[in-house]
Design a protein around this ligand. Structure first.
Ligand code: TEU
Ligand code: CA
Length: 569
């Protein structure tokens, strides 16, 4: 058997640069700001920094609309500073993973400008251009080539009056989809990726990478009741040539490199079965994928704007299926949040009375699963959702477009929209990192691009760093456990008590070692009889050692509120 891959015992930390640390007072986080926090990240113990896009961009979707893949946007810094970041991370033993956004470019990318410039442009075919539907007038309502809706409201097509054709954009109209059927597109992307790896970057987080292969007939999608647009996703989620493209990318970019690299494909709609194929090392595609099942359990009728309650049994059965499905082949990624999701402690835990216990409990539960854990900036401090009073406090194109559509076309009031978007909107996670109790939480000396959460007086890094019982230091410990204990990085996973609505319990095991993990998701005391976990003949926890608990003092009572305990025998 070959040695297991390095990333089994690694922890990744995501930096959303705009909101991390602002070095020059313009209100926007930047690379120099990140450089100033590397000792903080090193102290936390993370192995890899995943940096959300810092490339040249009109910032229509905060950098996920790229106009030059090989330059840094001046709001974030320069290529020299990026080189400095790579060197400073490497010198502390950390790696840098960059965001790779190649399902689409910005409409201001030279490739798209050229593509748009004429029907005969050699780059015309680099994007998805289509004429209006038969018997319709281009540009008129309903004339779009098919019925697909965009992720950010409205149709997935934009009419270009100059050529009389439409281009496809699954996201914003400023994010036209690249046509991966065209071999020149693929070659250009691989060349760009190689350029970054040659520069010292250690891998990529690949934005909606399972959307790049589309059914080229672009058929209408099914219309759900009450929906204005068809659902095109059956035509592009893990489409016909996706495995071929990712394997080709692997061959052209990763195969001949000796260094330890990391690739993670962001894959909305990916199934367990697909994920096994994407991450089976023998197939040489990607190391792991981000799946979306557990972050959709609280969507009623499939919409994040119709938030519903989350059942613990659903969460366990979903994450448990992923653990089981990838036990033999492939590898899981583990996350509660990122820049697109609500804050973990507000969503899966309790950001009120049990805030601190709950934030630690969630860390323990997630990080002790089998897979590579990802921490989203501020999660290690227990940062919470934000409360935005008016629509003008929001910055995210997704919310703003939805508000416009809901108030002008669906007859919703402002108050209705505000209430609907509050729990799950993306700006919850995009407020500035709370470093200390000073002005703007120490994020910026200027006016932050988005409001700082007023709870930074209570929740911030400065008060947590030296407190051994802080959320930060619990994260530090659980990361350390992954580095030092093979049962965490390699052990088998067994879900326990799957039908219990309060307690999340599982076992990790290697020959000779057992690790039990218990988390109380409720706000009442839970009692777990040893027999339920250890076996019918066991009446006590004797012989078990408490490895880590989320209570400052644990007296052997493993049953308190929002507690995670880790006895290992
Ligand atoms: O997100 C893709 C994605 O499917 C989402 O999580 C997205 O936020 C959702 O569809 C909106 O409801 C990636 C990026 O992470 C996201 O920030 C970008 O906006 C998007 O791709 C487009 O690049
Ligand atoms: Ca700045």
């Amino acid at each position: 058997m070959s040695a297991s891959p390095w990333f089994h015992s690694a922890v990744v930390y995501q930096v959303y640069p705009r909101s991390f640390a602002d070095s020059n007072g313009d209100g926007i986080g930047d690379i120099r700001g990140i450089l100033g926090k590397l000792d903080y990240l090193h102290r936390l113990g993370i192995d890899v920094l995943w940096l959300s896009p810092v490339y040249a961009s009109p910032q229509d979707d905060n950098g996920y609309d790229i106009s030059n893949y090989q330059d840094i946007d001046p709001i974030f810094g320069s290529l020299d500073e990026l080189d400095e970041l790579i060197a400073a991370l490497h010198c502390r033993g950390m790696k840098l993973v960059m965001d790779l956004v190649v399902n689409h470019t910005s409409d201001e990318h030279p490739w798209f400008r050229e593509s748009r410039s004429s029907m005969t442009s050699p780059k015309r075919d680099w994007y998805w251009w289509r004429p209006a539907r038969e018997n319709t007038i281009g540009g008129a309502p309903g004339a779009e080539p098919n019925n697909w809706g965009s992720a950010f409201s409205g149709p997935a097509w934009r009419y270009d009056a100059d050529s009389g054709e439409y281009y496809l954009h699954l996201f914003s109209a400023k994010q036209p989809d690249l046509n991966w059927e065209n071999a020149h597109v693929r070659a250009a992307v691989y060349e760009m990726m190689n350029w970054w790896l040659d520069r010292g970057v250690d891998g990529f987080r690949m934005d909606v990478i399972n959307f790049i292969s589309k059914d080229t007939s672009l058929p209408d999608g099914p219309m759900a009741e009450g929906m204005h647009y068809g659902n095109g996703s059956p035509s592009y989620i893990s489409g016909p040539r996706i495995h071929e493209f990712l394997h080709e990318m692997h061959q052209q970019v990763f195969a001949d490199r000796e260094r330890d690299l990391l690739t993670v494909g962001e894959m909305p709609g990916v199934t367990v079965q697909d994920a096994v194929a994407f991450t089976d090392p023998a197939r040489a595609e990607v190391d792991m994928v981000f799946q979306f099942e557990h972050v959709a359990l609280d969507h009623k009728d499939g919409s994040k704007w119709l938030p519903g309650p989350l059942k613990l049994t659903d969460l366990k059965s979903s994450l448990g299926r992923w653990q089981e499905g990838l036990a033999e082949r492939g590898w899981n990624s583990l996350y509660w949040g990122n820049h697109d999701q609500a804050r973990a402690v507000s969503r899966f835990g309790d950001d009120g009375e049990y805030w601190e216990l709950s934030a630690k409990m969630l860390a323990g539960i997630l990080h002790l699963h089998r897979g590579t854990p990802y921490i989203y900036q501020g999660e290690e401090l227990g940062m919470t959702n934000m409360s935005f009073a008016t629509i003008s406090d929001y910055r995210d194109i997704e919310v703003l477009n939805h508000h416009l559509e809901a108030t002008t076309q669906l007859g919703h009031t402002d108050a209705q929209v505000l209430a609907a978007v509050a729990p799950l909107n993306r700006d919850n996670a995009r407020t500035p990192v709370q470093w200390d109790t000073t002005i703007n939480a120490g994020f910026s000396a200027g006016t932050p691009w988005i409001a700082v959460n007023p709870n930074h007086h209570r929740i911030n890094a400065a008060t947590q760093l030296d407190d051994p019982h802080s959320v930060f230091n619990f994260y530090r410990q659980v990361i350390e456990l992954r580095h030092t204990d093979p049962v965490v990085s390699e052990g088998d996973f067994n879900m326990l008590m799957p039908r219990d609505e309060q307690v999340y319990a599982f076992r990790r095991s290697l020959p000779g070692t057992e690790l039990l993990v218990l988390g109380n998701f409720s706000d009442t005391v839970q009692s777990v009889p040893p027999a339920q976990i250890l076996g019918p003949q066991d009446t006590s926890w004797e012989g078990a050692e408490l490895v880590l608990g989320n209570y400052p003092k644990t007296d052997g009572d493993q049953t308190a509120h929002q507690q995670v305990t880790v006895p290992a025998a």
